[in-house]
Design a protein around this ligand. Structure first.
Ligand code: C5P
Ligand code: C5P
Ligand code: ZN
Length: 519
C-alpha cells in the first residue's frame, strides 16, 4: 500500500467533524506517556470547543473496558492510543479512534467493535507505519489540528508521545511524513528546537553533564564504565567547565555559590568538544570509538518550558509522564481522578507543573531498578526466548505489570549495567509478571506478558503483535500491539501452553515468509 498522506488528513478532518457535532465526549486513553499526551491534546481541544467532556485512563482495551465503554453516557467516545483485545461485542457507541496499533482480522479489531473504518485514524490504514511514523498522541494531534488552528500549540505533545513510545529508537529520529508535519508545526511556532547529531541520553536538562554521561545506560551498553569522577576529569582535561555560578534555584544544587551545568547548558561547541573527548576515551579504554556514532541522533527541546525543568526535553518529559501515568490506576492515598488530572496538567501547564509529579520520577526509577534486578537469566526456546527470575518454579518477574514492557525493552538493549545476560538477538524476547489485583474476586490469576524484538527480525517475517495475539487467544487470553513491541494478558495456569504456542507461531511466521526454509 502506498503512502496516502492526503487520505490521512481527510480522515482527520472527518473525525474532527464527528467530534465537533457531538453534545458531549468522553476520552478513553492509555496510561503511558503517549496515552497521557493523547489525553491532554484531546482535553485541550474539547475545552476549546466548549464541549462537556471527561477523561478516563485504562491499562488496555480488554473485555472489561469494552463493557464499561458501552455504558458510558456521552455522545461520543474518543479512544486514544489503545490497541484492541479479542472482544466480539459490537457496540453501537459512536466512537472516534486515534491510534497506531496494528489492526488484525475478523473478531479482533476495534473496527468491528465500534463501527466502520471511517471512525479510525491510524497511519497503518494509510500505508504508513504505526510503530515509527506516528504515535497515539500524533494521531490525536492531527484531529485536534483540524478542529481549531489554536491547537497547533499542542504539536509538542505529539513529539513527547512519540518519543515516549520510542519511535525514534531505530532511526535515531522521528521519521516519516507525518512526523515532519508535526515537527514543522511545532518549530514554526518556536515551540520546538530539534538538535541533530547529538547524544540521545537521558538527563539532558535535569542531570549534571558529568552525571548524564556517567549514568548513561546507552554508554554502559557499549561497555563504558567510567565513574562520575573519571567523567569529570574528562571535562577538566577538555577545558569545559562543569560548574557555573548559581543564579537560579531549579535543578541541580551544587555547593554554595555554584551549580552543576547540564548538557543542555553547554554550548554546541562545548558539546562537540566533549563528544570528541568521549570518543577518544572509548578508544583509550579499549572500546570501539565508533560505538558513539550509534548513540547520536535527534534530540527534541522545548525552549518555552522552564530551563532546568524535565518538561524542557522530550525524553525527560515522557519519563515524567510515565512515572506518574503508569501508576494512575494503582491505589494510593489520592484518588484516580486526581492522579489523572495532575498528570494531564503537567502536559498542558508545564510552566507550573507540579512538584508532586516530579516526586514520582524517583519512585519510578527505583521500580525499574528493582525490576531489572529481578531478571536472572534468559531461557531459550526454538524461536523465542524469555526472562526468568531467580526464584525456582516461577516464570513471573516480581514487577509492576505496567512497567514490564519497559524492563523487557531495556534488557533487550542490554541497558542493565554490570554483567551482560546471555541472549540471542535473533529471537524476540518475552517476559511475564503477575498482574496486580488479578484473581482477587475468585477468578484465575492473570499474567501480563510483554515482548520486544529488534527491527531486524521484521526481515524474517516475524510480527510480534500478531503472534502474541494468536498465542494468547489459544489459551483464552488477549493480546496485540506493534510489530516489534507487543503484549498480552493470559491465565496464569496456561503459561507453558502459551509459550509453546507463541514459539510455534513465530516459527510459522518465519516459514510462511520464506517457504523454502520450511523444515
Ligand atoms: O501502547 P503503546 O503503543 O504506547 O506502546 C508502545 C511501546 O512499544 C513502548 O513502550 C515502546 O517501548 C515500544 N516500542 C519499541 N520500539 C519501537 C517502537 C515501540 O520498543 N521501535
Ligand atoms: O505493555 P507493553 O509495553 O509490553 O505493551 C506493548 C504493546 O502491546 C503496547 O502497544 C500495548 O498497547 C500492546 N498491548 C496490547 N494488548 C495487551 C497488552 C499490550 O495490545 N493485552
Ligand atoms: Zn502509543
Amino acid at each position: 500500500m502506498t503512502e496516502d498522506l492526503k487520505g490521512f488528513l481527510r480522515r482527520a478532518k472527518h473525525l474532527s467533524e464527528v467530534i465537533s457535532s457531538a453534545g458531549s465526549v468522553v476520552v478513553v486513553s492509555h496510561i503511558d506517556a503517549d496515552g497521557i499526551s493523547s489525553a491532554a491534546i484531546a482535553k485541550r481541544a474539547l475545552e476549546r470547543l466548549d464541549l462537556p467532556h471527561r477523561v478516563q485512563f485504562v491499562r488496555s482495551l480488554g473485555e472489561e473496558e469494552i463493557e464499561a465503554i458501552s455504558k458510558m453516557h456521552e455522545d461520543v467516545v474518543w479512544i486514544c492510543d489503545l490497541g484492541t483485545g479479542p472482544c466480539q461485542r459490537i457496540s453501537d457507541r459512536k466512537c472516534v479512534i486515534t491510534d497506531h496499533h496494528q489492526i488484525f482480522g475478523t473478531g479482533q479489531s476495534s473496527l468491528e467493535l465500534f463501527g466502520d473504518m471511517d471512525h479510525m485514524l491510524n497511519p497503518l490504514l494509510f500505508g504508513m507505519e504505526g510503530s515509527t511514523q506516528l504515535s497515539g498522541a500524533g494521531n490525536t494531534y492531527f484531529v485536534a489540528r483540524e478542529l481549531d488552528e489554536r491547537n497547533l500549540d499542542l504539536a509538542y505533545l505529539a513529539v513527547v508521545g512519540a518519543v515516549g513510545d520510542m519511535q525514534d529508537r531505530n532511526a535515531r529520529k522521528l521519521g516519516g511524513p507525518l512526523h515532519s508535519l508535526v515537527i514543522k508545526d511545532a518549530e514554526s511556532r518556536g515551540d520546538l528546537q530539534v538538535v541533530t547529531n547529538e547524544l540521545q541520553f537521558f538527563g539532558w536538562v535535569t542531570r549534571s553533564a558529568a552525571a548524564m554521561l556517567a549514568f548513561s545506560n546507552d554508554l554502559k551498553a557499549v561497555g563504558f564504565s567510567d565513574t562520575i569522577k573519571e567523567v569529570a576529569s574528562l571535562f577538566y582535561r577538555s577545558g569545559i567547565p562543569l560548574k557555573r555560578s548559581s543564579s537560579q534555584s531549579f535543578g541541580r544544587p551544587g555547593d554554595r555559590g555554584f551549580e552543576w551545568r547540564s548538557w543542555s547548558e553547554l554550548t554546541q561547541e562545548e558539546r562537540n568538544v566533549m563528544k570528541v573527548a568521549l570518543r577518544d576515551r572509548l578508544g583509550e579504554i579499549g572500546l570501539d570509538r565508533n560505538a558513539l556514532d550509534g548513540l547520536l541522533g535527534e534530540v527534541y527541546l522545548f525552549p518555552n518550558h522552564p530551563s532546568g525543568s524535565p518538561t524542557r526535553e522530550a525524553k525527560e518529559f515522557a519519563t515524567l509522564l510515565n512515572a506518574s501515568g503508569r501508576y494512575v490506576l494503582t491505589n494510593d492515598s489520592r484518588g484516580e481522578e486526581e492522579r489523572g488530572d495532575l498528570i494531564i496538567n503537567v502536559c498542558l501547564n508545564p510552566k507550573v507543573y507540579s512538584e508532586k509529579a516530579l516526586e514520582n520520577v524517583n519512585n519510578h526509577r527505583v521500580n525499574i531498578r528493582e525490576g531489572m534486578k529481578e531478571v536472572h537469566r534468559v531461557e531459550q526456546m526454538i524461536n523465542i526466548q524469555y526472562l526468568l527470575p531467580k526464584r525456582k518454579n516461577s516464570f513471573c518477574l516480581k514487577v509492576n505489570d505496567t512497567i514490564l514492557g519497559i524492563i523487557t525493552g531495556m534488557v533487550l538493549d542490554q541497558k542493565r549495567g554490570g554483567e551482560k545476560l546471555e541472549m540471542d538477538i535473533s529471537k524476540p524476547l518475552v517476559a511475564l509478571a503477575e498482574k496486580e489485583d488479578s484473581g482477587g474476586k475468585g477468578g484465575d490469576p492473570v499474567v501480563k506478558v510483554s515482548s520486544r524484538m529488534s527491527r531486524e527480525l521484521l526481515k524474517k517475517g516475524i510480527n510480534m503483535g500478531s503472534a502474541i495475539g494468536h498465542a494468547a487467544r489459544i489459551v483464552g487470553g488477549d493480546g496485540g500491539g506493534h510489530d516489534v513491541a507487543a503484549g498480552a494478558n493470559i491465565p496464569q495456569k496456561q503459561i507453558k501452553k502459551f509459550l509453546k504456542a507463541l514459539d510455534e507461531e513465530v516459527g510459522e511466521q518465519v516459514s510462511r515468509f520464506n517457504p523454502s526454509k520450511r523444515s
